[in-house]
Design a protein around this ligand. Structure first.
Ligand code: GLU
Length: 473
């Protein structure tokens, strides 16, 4: 088997979101495990929506995630290669010019829908229906050797309007008859009838090439062996495999990762689907937590709470993915992230807090809170609890007043705080929740958090006394 070659091919039309990262990771882990090369290709055929700034963001997001790729190229730099491939297809009659306006295309769609046909635009609608493309080799997609494919001429009566030199045609690739058959490494054997697809546009009227075509030329030139991407690309794959055949290029293997769903199995919400690497980074999430979740997403295996990229690669296996949708679970990413952060040396935690703009957390406060926060961002609230000001919540005022009266001048440690709580208990007869809950509400303004004995020494007796008496402190 040739050394595997894969590519991650984002379009720089937005920041990387979790769906992109899953694809990037799967490609990267695949080559980490098998050896070979993982390329980064920038799909900027849509020049109006693509930007260099976004491209730089993609690179920095990948770097932050620790996913390194071999830079391949931008599609915008490859016009010469696309021209040459297009000429090859044209010379063999595999592409044909079209001139329908958007309104005419819409009319064709409506007409087909009325006749119960898929909304597909096919040359067969414009050409001699007797063409027998691919009949000699049904089911393998477009035969590379079958010269009958695509040689039928476009119907001259519908051909491009040569009388109007300003009307430039766009070009479609004539799909073969029959069906695309391929054995997907995740989805299994797939048979997709070409009749369901429109002949894909390969070249726009402005002369530019489309992603569907450019991608195949690129993959062929890079000798990509495995196309690993989301299930939403399955229909592209049917069309693109036919293009590989038409170009006489070897077909890559394909692996389509299961559809993403929300954690509850419902359709992926727009918010979660578009949640960017930048958002998670801004929230103080650990990159490795994202990778640990995404590496097993759709396999049913639990995330490995200790694996680095190398470790994730060791157990990464395309065959482990289910066809059932994968449940993207942000809470699990947050849990995995905290698990990492709880075990970091405090200096590393401080760096992360500073990056979030959170000041005033020292090591004792972190150690007391780290098992009680759902994310680093919550530390800002605990800084306020120990430094003030907060507004106490006063329930059971007699208890709070007794507590204030009994408070010593020093609350140096857990033992001091424990001794004070014992005295308040003895003096008031309160115990359990009846003791702790009102004290917590007054001391912290909240009804949950770390153990009071650990927390109160950090608040200190002066501030605590004022809060027990009902002052904002
Ligand atoms: N630029 C395409 C995308 O972002 C690439 C798809 C592919 O061929 O992997 O979806």
């Amino acid at each position: 088997m040739p050394s595997p070659k894969v590519r991650f091919a984002p379009s720089p039309t937005g920041r990387l979101h979790l769906g992109n990262v899953r694809t990037a990771l799967a490609n990267r882990l695949f080559t980490q495990r098998q050896g070979g090369t993982a390329y980064l290709r920038i799909d900027d055929t849509d020049r109006t929506r693509s930007g260099r700034d976004l491209e730089r963001h993609i690179e920095s997001d990948l770097a932050w995630l620790g996913l390194d790729f071999v830079p391949a190229f931008r599609q915008s730099e490859r016009t010469g290669a696309y021209e040459a491939a297009f000429d090859r297809l044209a010379a063999r009659g595999f592409v044909y010019p079209c001139d329908e306006t958007a309104d005419e295309l819409e009319a064709i769609r409506r007409d087909r829908a009325a006749r119960g046909l898929p909304p597909a635009y096919r040359r067969s609608a414009r050409t001699n229906p007797s063409r027998d493309a691919d009949q000699t080799n049904p089911g393998v997609g477009l035969s590379q050797t079958n010269p009958s494919h695509g040689v039928a001429r476009a119907n001259p009566s519908r051909d491009v309007d040569r009388t109007n030199p300003s009307a430039r045609p766009y070009w479609r690739f004539a799909l073969p008859d029959g069906e695309a058959r391929f054995a997907d490494l995740i989805q299994g054997a797939r048979v997709l009838p070409f009749a369901a697809f429109s002949d894909p546009v390969v070249r726009r009227a402005d002369g530019g090439f489309t992603y569907a075509f450019a991608s195949v030329v690129d993959d062929a030139d890079l000798a990509i062996t495995h196309l690993i991407r989301g299930e939403d690309h399955l229909s592209n794959t049917a069309v693109q495999l036919a293009l590989f055949d038409a170009l006489g290029a070897a077909r890559p293997e394909t692996a389509h990762l299961p559809l993403l769903r929300d954690a509850d199995g419902g359709p992926l919400s727009k918010r979660l689907g578009s949640l960017g690497v930048a958002d998670l980074r801004g929230e103080g999430i650990e990159p490795l937590a994202i990778l640990r979740h995404l590496a097993v997403l759709g396999t049913g295996n639990p995330p490995d709470p200790s694996a680095d990229l190398e470790g994730l690669a060791r157990t990464f296996d395309l065959a482990a993915f289910n066809r059932a949708p994968a449940r993207l679970n942000l809470d699990e990413i947050r849990r995995l992230s905290l698990q990492i952060q709880r075990n970091l040396p405090f200096a590393a935690v401080r760096e992360r807090l500073e990056a979030l703009g959170i000041e005033g957390v020292d090591e004792p406060l972190w150690l007391v809170c780290r098992d009680n926060v759902g994310g680093l961002g919550e530390m800002a609230g605990w800084v306020r609890v120990v430094r003030g000001p907060i507004e106490p919540v006063r329930e059971d005022v007699p208890l709070l007043e007794a507590g204030a009266d009994l408070l010593p001048d020093r609350l140096g440690d857990e033992a001091d705080a424990g001794a004070w709580l014992d005295r308040v208990k003895a003096a008031t007869g309160r115990k359990g929740r009846g003791l702790f809950h009102p004290l917590r509400l007054a001391a912290t303004g909240r009804d949950d958090g770390p153990g009071l004995k650990l927390l109160l020494p950090l608040v200190g007796p002066d501030r605590l006394r004022r809060r027990l008496r009902g002052e904002i402190a």
